[in-house]
Design a protein around this ligand. Structure first.
Ligand SMILES: Nc1nc2c(ncn2[C@@H]2O[C@H](COP(=O)(O)OP(=O)(O)OP(=O)(O)O)[C@@H](O)[C@H]2O)c(=O)[nH]1
Length: 195
């Protein structure tokens, strides 16, 4: 069983999820330019799932190319609303627009993971959760946003499922770890069988 890998992510949440599952990790963020990758993939009509898979692989391969001594894990999470990718807001006006788009609708939170070795993908997985938002008044959404600080809003997008965000939803199907950015059960299974 491998229990020490490199996490190619600046996400403290992902590190926490790995450590809570007895997977020790060294952190080396990839700092991949996600927006330019997304833009070029969208020009090729890539789906949100394809975009998240590609970003996870780019992040893992970039670090793995210079760290041949470890397995490297990259990850990416996207919101898929009826086939349209919903990226993180750049300001509070955009955050409210996202919430209004998600309002009363069902969307998917897709988290993709890639494990690379010597600069190449050796394993990957993608997991989806389905979240149905309550039909809320705009005023309620404004009041909700007022409770979310900038750091959380711009790091995690418009909801933190383990926090205030849960109150937005009428129904949630799927793994909470996946929603938080890491389908850790599948990762554990792979690493425990790694030879
Ligand atoms: N705590 C929490 N974090 C969430 C939730 N939903 C998404 N996230 C985090 O939001 C971020 C999604 O953005 P990504 O681009 O996948 O990752 P990142 O944080 O920018 O970090 P990199 O992997 O370095 O790109 C990740 O850090 C996820 O862990 C949630 O409900 N709760």
């Amino acid at each position: 069983m491998i229990n020490k890998i490199i996490l190619a992510s600046k996400s403290g949440v992902r590190k926490k999820i790995l450590e809570e599952n007895q997977i020790r990790c060294l952190v080396e963020p990839s700092n991949v330019d996600e927006d330019s990758v997304k833009d070029s993939l969208l020009k090729m009509n890539a789906t949100p799932e394809i975009i998240s898979k590609n970003l996870a692989e780019l992040k893992a391969n970039k670090i793995s190319q210079r760290r041949h001594d470890h397995l490297v894990l990259g990850a990416d999470s996207v919101i898929d609303l009826k086939g349209k990718i919903i990226s993180k807001p750049n300001n509070r006006k955009e955050a409210l627009e996202i919430l209004l788009d998600l309002n009363g609708q069902t969307h998917h939170l897709i988290s993709s993971v890639c494990i690379s070795q010597n600069g190449l993908m050796v394993w990957n997985c993608t997991d989806k959760a389905s979240l149905t938002m309550k039909q809320m008044k705009e005023e309620e959404l404004v009041n909700y946003l007022a409770k979310i600080n900038d750091e959380t809003l711009y790091a995690y997008n418009v909801y933190q499922i383990e926090g205030e965000g849960r109150s937005l939803f009428a129904n949630i199907e799927g793994d909470e770890d996946t929603i938080m950015g890491l389908p850790v059960k599948k990762i554990k299974e792979y690493l425990s069988n790694y030879k």
